[in-house]
Ligand binder design. Structure first.
Ligand code: SF4
Length: 444
């Protein structure tokens, strides 16, 4: 009798929400008897959880599919995720995928797999996304920290963004299930959980008895009361206006909240923010960052920033650059504007030339590099708590830690610590890599 399990791999493109959902897909495939492996070598099934945030993300998904089929023509490829939802034809037309599943069907992957062997061509199953974020539960994390999706979808319709079309309206996991998931992670001994969502700051607003993200933090504080020595909670990206007084108050009250804020600024020009349909202005953003830094001088503050939005003039770009130069931001994620079909900005006649976009991206990236370096240098000599990661630093083989304020540092050569544990460390500058620090464990 052949007891060999069929092999499967789940590959993820895109954001933390996709990473969370891929963990859940891996877990359900494992429970259905698959041997889920990291590398798609010799597998019968590959599930690709796609992203469609930019044209580049679409191209990456297509290139990955072509590569997989070239190396393993017999494998079934199931494409799901945001690109599968918003443009299933693009994937089906490749003739290389066996199945295209939309967002809701992703959560029901197992029930679709039986059809793979009975059908000759590709199967496309995509409906308007309406499922609750909770369809996914709290899967076993594949890393030392868990990304826990508690909200899905977005109703904001910013002028450049296709996500509301691919993910549907904002929906929240209800309070009891959020708490149940967190307790599961604590029981599993996880030291860090990252609460994430597509529009995390809107968590709770759609529930029958509406709640807020701040009220959730207070409930976690009251009912679970994590021990900051062994556990920390991080919030993924929260819109600037949604980091409100109540959220700040929660950060003041609970030391288990990691001092790290990720704020999607997008532009420092009020004119561009208006065109984008973003609800805040540069002055409000400046005030918020100032307040956060006053309260937590060592907080990590990251921003998403976009260059080359249609109608962005040289003066607009300069306003963004100057704002970022003057504010104590610790890192940026820089994106060139990408024309997404179906969005308002895609039809704008004021598209910015590609070479201008590229030059602006380069300028922002150079500023980002300088800023990261400076923040790493300023942290030299400080004590922090580091989460030991399970993948060692590639060049040196040394273990790495991630600090609460989102810095990476290397533990001394030969030093052993369990992956996923929190250890106190003293940071110092590294002679080798500018953005990495050295982390000396502190035993007292
Ligand atoms: S808030 Fe705007 S940018 Fe963010 S997901 Fe919603 S529509 Fe997209």
């Amino acid at each position: 009798m052949n007891n060999t399990k069929p092999k499967a791999a789940v590959l993820t493109l895109g954001c933390k929400v996709n990473q969370f959902e891929s963990s859940s897909l891996s877990e359900s495939l494992t429970s259905a008897g698959y041997d889920v492996v990291d590398q798609p070598v010799g597998v019968e099934l590959v599930v690709i959880n796609t992203c469609t945030v930019t044209q580049k993300a679409d191209q990456e998904a297509l290139a990955l599919i072509r590569r997989l089929k070239r190396h393993n023509p017999a494998a079934h490829i199931v494409a799901t995720g945001c690109l599968a939802q918003s443009n299933p034809e693009l994937l089906a037309e490749t003739g290389l995928v066996s199945m295209v599943l939309g967002q809701d069907e992703k959560a029901r992957l197992l029930s679709h797999l039986g059809d793979l062997n009975t059908c000759g061509g590709e199967i496309v199953r995509v409906a308007a996304p309406s499922g609750l974020a909770g369809d996914f539960g709290a899967p076993a994390p594949e890393r030392t920290r868990a990304f826990y999706k508690i909200q899905d979808g977005c109703s904001a319709y910013c002028a450049y963004c296709a996500v509301p079309m691919s993910r549907g309206p904002s929906r929240s996991l209800d309070l009891d299930r959020v708490l149940e998931g967190l307790r599961t992670y604590l029981e599993r001994g996880l030291s860090e959980v990252v609460l994430c969502g597509i529009h995390l700051g809107h968590w709770g607003r759609d529930l029958a008895a509406p709640l807020s993200l701040a009220s959730l933090l207070h409930t976690i504080g009251g009912e679970i009361s994590p021990d900051e020595e062994t556990f920390r909670l991080r919030l993924s990206s929260v819109e600037p206006l949604e980091v409100d007084e109540e959220i700040i108050e929660a950060y003041e009250m609970y030391p288990w909240l990691a001092p790290h804020f990720h704020l999607p600024l997008q532009s420092g020009s009020d004119h561009v923010l208006e065109l984008m349909g973003r609800p805040y202005r540069a002055g409000q953003f400046q005030t918020l960052v100032g307040r956060l830094k006053d309260k937590w001088p060592w907080a990590g503050i990251g921003v998403d920033v976009m260059a080359g939005f249609p109608g962005e003039t040289d003066e607009d770009f300069q306003a963004t650059y100057d704002l970022l130069k003057d504010l104590p931001i610790t890192y940026f994620h820089v994106f060139p504007y990408s024309r997404r079909p179906g969005t308002r900005a895609a039809d704008s006649p004021e598209q910015v030339a590609e070479h201008v976009k590229r030059a602006r991206v380069m300028e922002l990236k150079a500023l980002n590099q300088a800023r990261r370096h400076e923040f790493a240098r300023l942290n030299s000599g400080r004590r922090e708590t580091g989460l030991v990661e399970n993948t060692p630093h590639r060049a040196s083989g040394r273990l790495k830690v991630l600090t609460g304020n989102y810095l990476s540092a290397l533990l001394p050569e030969g030093f052993n610590a369990s992956a996923g544990s929190l250890i106190p460390v003293k940071l110092s500058e590294s002679r080798n890599e500018w953005s990495l620090l050295e982390a000396e464990p502190v035993f007292s």
